[in-house]
Design a protein around this ligand. Structure first.
Ligand code: SF4
Length: 364
């Protein structure tokens, strides 16, 4: 069986010299037309890069267009009300991204007179901007010759070099980032970084055989020549996700549904949700819980189970619909009508098995 190398020495120099000249013409001919590529204003590039973290390009496009229409400038973002922000992000997940985006926009208004700084180190100081995002904004929007290295780029470099070091190891990441930095051309850093991203997204694909026959860098690629590319990059095994079992309660009363707000810190912080109880409860247990809280029910029936996967957790949900004739006083929770759910209360995608039917159920 072919084996990959564990040192970066072989092939590195050739890559730093030749890779840009192979990728740039290919990118300029083949790049997908994406809304954030039409105009490389720093604010637009920044918002797109934050949205694209952990989310597929096709899923991001409608969110991006809506966001830009509602909040076209960094000042609009800094001044936006939280419910609007949550609504614009509803379903995209990882809500800390939009909270950090606004914190950073406020910092830009206060410390940089509303002008996004064209400097890698200053970009890094803004909340939610790490090395990759700072590199992407600096190179694409400001033409600064810095690398933008994410998982896609690490994969491409591992394969080009036939390199089997563990890319989740910080030292290895640093080595590959240094190599990527040395390969960035000073005349087109933004297009070059985007060409690497594009190659990783459309040709040098993850978790499957790369499409080497279509690759502009094939003549340089040691992983392709050795037949090892598909097995690269090497990453150490992730810790298994924590499983949370929950019983979700869709409680209806007078054409409204009961919602509660999640705590200010932690998973889905500050968002509204359908209430839930820990564990998987039987119909009798839910009935007993409702009676103990002072709900008088006229109907109770099970809904289909669902699950939602976060980065480190998985919710396995059973659910019940409860129709109440009388309800206790619940000062901390809200009874929301259909319009308020559409316009005011952003419900996380974790409840998407139930939320599309809420208005229908409320009308019955
Ligand atoms: Fe990836 Fe194949 Fe191109 Fe190498 S030749 S960079 S493995 S697509």
């Amino acid at each position: 069986m072919e084996t990959s190398q564990t040192s970066l020495a072989g092939g590195a120099q050739e890559i730093t010299i030749r890779l840009a000249s192979l990728l740039l013409p290919w990118y300029r001919k083949n790049a997908r037309v994406l809304p954030w590529r039409k105009n490389t204003d720093p604010y637009r590039v920044w918002v797109s890069e934050i949205m694209l973290q952990q989310t597929r390009v096709e899923a991001v496009i409608p969110y991006y267009n809506r966001f830009m229409e509602a909040l076209p400038t960094v000042q609009d973002l800094a001044q936006a009300e939280e419910p609007l922000l949550h609504k614009l992000w509803e379903g995209l997940g990882y809500y800390s991204r939009v909270r950090n985006l606004q914190k950073a926009a406020r910092m830009v208004m206060e410390e940089y007179d509303g002008v996004i700084p064209g400097d890698f180190q200053q970009l890094l100081r803004l909340p939610g901007i790490g090395e990759y995002t700072a590199g992407a904004i600096a190179s694409i929007a400001f033409g600064i010759a810095v690398p933008a290295v994410d998982g896609n780029v690490l994969r491409v470099f591992s394969r080009l070099l036939d390199f089997s070091g563990d890319v989740s190891d910080t030292k290895v990441k640093k080595q590959l980032t240094a190599l990527a930095a040395a390969s960035v051309p000073t005349d087109s850093p933004g297009d070059y970084n985007q060409s690497l991203m594009e190659l990783g997204a459309t040709v040098c694909l993850p978790n499957t055989a790369p499409k080497c026959l279509l690759c502009p860098a094939r003549c340089l690629c040691r992983g392709c020549a050795a037949g090892t590319a598909e097995r690269l990059p090497v990453k150490k095994e992730k810790k298994p996700r924590v499983i949370d079992e929950k019983t979700v309660l869709v409680i209806l009363y007078g054409g409204r549904v009961l919602l509660r707000q999640r705590p200010e810190k932690g998973l889905l912080a500050g968002l509204w949700e359908l209430p839930s109880l820990p564990g998987h409860l039987s119909l009798e247990e839910v009935e007993a819980w409702a009676a103990s809280k002072g709900f008088c029910l006229e109907a109770l029936f099970p809904l289909k189970p669902s699950k939602h996967i976060f980065t480190h957790r998985e919710w396995r949900m059973e659910a019940y619909l409860l129709r109440a004739q009388a309800v206790p006083s619940l000062p901390e929770w809200v009874w929301a009508n259909g319009r308020e759910i559409r316009e005011k209360y952003a419900l996380p995608g974790a409840f998407k098995a139930y939320t599309p039917f809420l208005e229908e159920w409320m009308e019955v």
